[in-house]
Write a protein that binds this ligand. Structure first.
Ligand SMILES: *[C@@H]1O[C@H](CO)[C@@H](O)[C@H](O)[C@H]1NC(C)=O
Ligand SMILES: *[C@@H]1O[C@H](CO)[C@@H](O)[C@H](O)[C@H]1NC(C)=O
Length: 359
């Protein structure tokens, strides 16, 4: 009995060490069979929309910009941002209902955070006497558009910020919450109050944001923006478009060579707003086509928007299915923005602490 078990265990060990060997062997673009064949920060996937049936290692993580420089103003960093971060493929509503709303991402908030996503677009509604994340319409949430109570995922942010004391996270709320102090209550209940970056410190008339290392020192590591103008006065939550310009979302933002502002935002070129957000996703989220949209056309888009924004690289690059691409994808777009913000070159990997581009 015993020796057989031993042989089995040894065989298992040999097999797994063999897998371990290929596991750190494959770079971006190489043919793979499973995620574990690819280098860290990559996964194995096929981009049929790019007429390619060969599964390849493609990127899921940008270079964390704080690994290069921690002391720049917040508006000199670019962050990978997920559109409808909570609307996860295959999720069942916590009401027990089937969800009939479109989905935009593949993994949990915690997984997104671990992959370096630092901007999160969340749709919040009053629902069942609480605040919920819903992908809905007409400003109302229904069982079949309700994902889960907001507190659940806000707690995921809380856990991440406790554990990762140098990280700064931004939440951008499409806000349908009308209950008095509704947002305040749910952020407080999630234990996020102590991390909130105060509106009073946000630059009102252009100019630089506080430095990231200063935000970290003061533990003001969660930025929250709302689409509801009144909440800046009533709850002290920043009205997004007082601080940020943003291009048209949906199909209007995918047109090559154009980067018009969304109606709620001032024109992209308005430098009285120090932050720039670039949306690049279609009206109807599509997990198949996302890999193509997140590739060459995304890179074009951030360059077009750079010009439209008065030669400013985006601070937030928002996409659907952020892990999908034909190679570098949204993580590469974020690297290019950071490379230019910090070193004036596209190749962020070669960017040095002194702000110069290496070879
Ligand atoms: C919606 O879900 C809630 C919670 O599960 C349930 O109590 C309610 O009956 C559902 N409403 C409808 C219309 O199905
Ligand atoms: C498909 O992906 C490859 C590898 O990233 C890229 O070089 C090529 O331009 C893509 N083709 C299209 C049509 O996007």
């Amino acid at each position: 009995m015993f020796p057989r078990l031993l042989v089995f265990l040894v065989a298992l060990l040999i097999q797994s060490s063999f897998l371990l060997e290929i596991s750190s062997a494959l770079k971006e673009g190489k043919t793979c069979i499973a995620d574990r064949n690819c280098d860290a920060g990559l996964h194995c996937e096929t981009c049929i929309a790019n007429s390619s049936f060969r599964p390849r290692c493609s990127r899921t993580q940008p270079i964390n910009p704080i690994s290069k420089a921690k002391g720049l103003p917040f508006n000199k960093y670019s962050w990978l941002t997920t559109h409808n971060s909570f609307a996860r493929l295959g999720e069942v509503s916590r009401t027990g209902s089937v969800i009939l709303a479109p989905t935009n991402q593949q993994d949990s908030i915690t997984s997104q955070l671990n992959n370096g996503v630092r901007g999160f677009m969340l749709d919040m509604y009053d629902f069942l006497n609480d605040v919920w994340l819903c992908h809905s319409f007409d400003g109302m949430c229904f069982n079949f558009t309700a994902f889960q109570p907001a507190i659940n995922i806000l707690r995921e942010f809380q856990v991440f910020l406790e554990k990762n004391t140098e990280e700064v996270v931004t939440i951008i709320i499409e806000d349908y919450v009308k209950s008095p102090q509704g947002l305040t209550k749910v952020f407080d209940a999630a234990g996020l109050r102590k991390f909130m970056f105060p509106v009073a410190r946000m630059p009102k008339n252009g100019g630089d944001w506080p430095r990231l290392d200063d935000m970290v020192r003061q533990n003001q590591r969660m930025l929250v923006f709302t689409s509801d103008l009144r909440k800046e006065a009533t709850e002290g939550i920043a009205y997004q478009w007082n601080y940020m310009v943003e291009n048209q979302y949906g199909n209007g933002g995918l047109k090559a060579g154009a980067c018009p502002n969304r109606p709620q935002s001032k024109p992209m070129s308005d430098k009285s707003k120090s932050l720039v957000l670039v949306n690049h996703f279609p009206d109807a989220a599509d997990v198949i086509v996302a890999c193509r949209q997140n590739s060459a056309s995304l890179l074009e888009s951030i360059k077009t928007c750079y010009q439209a924004a008065g030669q400013r690289w985006p601070n937030f690059i928002a996409v659907d299915f952020y892990k999908r691409s034909d190679g570098g994808g949204a993580p590469q777009a974020v690297d290019i923005a950071n490379g230019n913000l910090m070193c004036g070159c596209d190749n962020f990997a070669s960017c040095k602490a002194d702000g110069k581009c290496g070879q």
